[in-house]
Ligand binder design. Structure first.
Ligand code: ADP
Ligand code: MG
Length: 243
């Protein structure tokens, strides 16, 4: 699995500067969380990594593969090989669980037998193999989100990018989903960038966290470091260590 490097990644929308020359390094195989209040630039960062929009400047590399470099290199999303899961589970309602997961493999012209084997394997991984023939409306929210995750993993991605994937789940399901995702991520070892505005979620499942504020890094550290040694009042306030 490659690591991920962002060097001076900048993005503005009109005169709203959303990312101020952001520097980040995500290690090979870790679960790295972008944490911060709504509007601080988390999704913009994730979209820049996925290639869903272009930053105004800076550099992004997966391992030693440069996917964005100023205006010179800008690989389209389909050449970046990221598995992406968004907040709203964008699964096809008219396709079965099996066919939802098989879809990206079909697009890549993976042969029928290999496709069936891979779909089976990845549905087992998310513990949904027994529901392969169902349609999304027959599943719970948590199960639908696992279908989206299975689809993101179907063609093994170099990077897994998760944008508030649990925010539509109720509190109890969310807690289970966290534990479950953490286990899965450790098992498959895929380098993962996880976006959330929920400090408990970040603290409970990350290897490391970056706390962002208005497109800038406030602190990068392990959950323990962020919680026990917040770099400033903003971080302390946000993770709830102010008393
Ligand atoms: P977060 O995910 O942390 O809530 P976003 O990255 O979605 O934050 O947004 C950061 C800022 O960029 C916000 O001020 C938002 O309004 C602005 N923004 C995001 N996407 C667009 C867009 N497509 N056009 C204009 N402004 C945008
Ligand atoms: Mg967002």
């Amino acid at each position: 699995m490659p690591d991920l490097t962002l060097t001076k990644v900048a993005k503005s929308f009109g005169d709203n500067t959303v990312l101020h020359e952001l520097d980040l390094h995500v290690r090979d195989g870790e679960l790295f969380t972008l944490l911060g209040p709504s509007g601080c630039g988390k999704s913009t960062t994730l979209w820049s990594i996925a290639g869903l929009h272009s930053p105004d400047g800076g550099m992004i590399a997966f391992g030693d593969r440069v996917v964005f470099d100023g205006g010179k290199v800008d690989l389209p999303p389909e050449r970046r090989n990221c598995g992406v899961v968004f907040q709203s589970y964008a699964v096809w309602p008219h396709l079965t669980v099996h066919d939802n997961v098989a879809y990206p493999l079909k697009l890549r012209k993976v042969g029928r037998r290999e496709r069936a084997a891979r779909v089976h394997e990845v549905l087992e991984l998310v513990e949904l193999d027994h529901l392969a023939g169902r349609h999304p409306h027959e599943l719970s929210g948590g199960q639908q989100q696992r279908v989206a995750l299975a689809r993101a993993l179907a063609h093994p991605p170099d990077l897994l990018l998760l944008d508030e994937p649990f925010s539509n789940l109720d509190a109890k399901l969310r807690e289970r989903a966290r534990l479950w995702l953490r286990r899965l991520q450790q098992r498959i070892g895929v380098t993962t960038v996880f976006v959330t505005h929920d400090q408990d979620e970040a603290l409970s499942m990350s290897d490391r966290i970056v706390v962002m504020d208005q497109g800038r890094v406030r602190q990068i550290g392990t959950p323990e470091e962020i919680y026990q040694q917040p770099a400033d009042l903003f971080v302390a306030d946000f993770v709830g260590t102010v008393n």
